[in-house]
Write a protein that binds this ligand. Sequence first.
Ligand SMILES: CC(C)(COP(=O)(O)OP(=O)(O)OC[C@H]1O[C@@H](n2cnc3c(N)ncnc32)[C@H](O)[C@@H]1OP(=O)(O)O)[C@@H](O)C(=O)NCCC(=O)NCCS
Length: 169
Amino acid sequence: MVALDQSKVVGYVLAKMADEDDPDPTPHGHITSLSVLRSHRKLGIATKLMQAAQKQMAQIYNACYVTLHVRKSNTAAYHLYSQTLGYTTKKLEKSYYADGEDAFEMLMLLREETAEERKANGGKGGVNLTTEKDDGDKKDDEKKNSNAKDNKDASKQQQQKQQQKKKKK
Ligand SMILES: CC(C)(COP(=O)(O)OP(=O)(O)OC[C@H]1O[C@@H](n2cnc3c(N)ncnc32)[C@H](O)[C@@H]1OP(=O)(O)O)[C@@H](O)C(=O)NCCC(=O)NCCS
């Protein structure tokens, strides 16, 4: 999916659904890549692209949740996912990237898992919103997580935030 300014591509999001080899049989999506042209950042483009991708995964592919990885040092993207969109941090994956940097694995619930789905994945699917903590990173992670407790709360907060923004205008 791309964002256009006139006919120029200024941002894109690449999303995919998990295939049959995935250990969790519950339909779920993954955000593979997201980027916005430097000149067009902080205008809400990434937020819109992410929301549109999530909507399509839910409506077209019946996705139950969506996951992504983000570099530990990427504060802009982490803010977008955790604060703006309401993703929950699942765990820190050590040396996830080829250059050795750690990644946060994040998850956003799109709909409730059905009883059949829960049974099929033995209750161990990625839809479990509890976070796994590594002691060394607990403090840092907790700090970053402080406003992203639960996706349900987060979407509520997002709505309230948008209403406040409208009032300010
Ligand atoms: C991360 C990125 C996609 C954000 O795109 P964007 O279009 O500027 O994001 P938005 O305008 O939708 O902003 C969403 C939120 O993030 C915040 N944000 C954006 N850039 C930020 C920055 N550099 N520092 C802190 N917060 C930032 C915005 O203020 C906004 O917060 P709010 O909802 O609380 O007001 C963009 O910076 C980018 O392309 N970076 C390089 C590629 C990258 O890191 N991709 C993500 C890989 S996981």
